[in-house]
Ligand binder design. Structure first.
Ligand SMILES: [Zn+2]
Length: 108
């Protein structure tokens, strides 16, 4: 067995599993939140184990307070406020709120 690249192969595998788990979790969130939470927790654990950084769109789905899966419209409230343009996300599991400032124009 070749050792070189084994670690990055592991990461690829992990990333793939995490993605599948998260896709399932998001699909299940509406009807089976318990299951979705478990799947998300597993995905998170895999990431921690192999030191994998979640892609941005997946990171958005974890509360920074309680680390649980949050899905807008189900257990998170998302509000867009005016100036500066920002998105406010409230986790309905723990009440943690955080804001994300949206840049007016993406830097070219
Ligand atoms: Zn929370």
């Amino acid at each position: 067995m070749a050792l070189r690249g084994a670690k990055s192969r592991l990461k690829d595998l992990a990333a793939e599993r995490v993605q599948i788990l998260m896709e399932n979790a998001l699909l299940n969130a509406k009807e089976k939140m318990d299951l979705a939470q478990r799947q998300a927790a597993i995905a998170r654990r895999i990431c921690e184990k192999v030191n994998l950084r979640l892609p941005y769109w997946l990171r958005q789905h974890f509360c920074r307070g309680c680390k649980r899966l949050i899905v807008p419209g189900i257990n998170a409230r998302v509000r867009v406020s005016g100036k500066p343009k920002a998105v406010r996300i409230t986790c309905l599991e723990c009440g943690h709120t955080y804001r994300k400032i949206l840049a007016d124009k993406p830097k070219a």
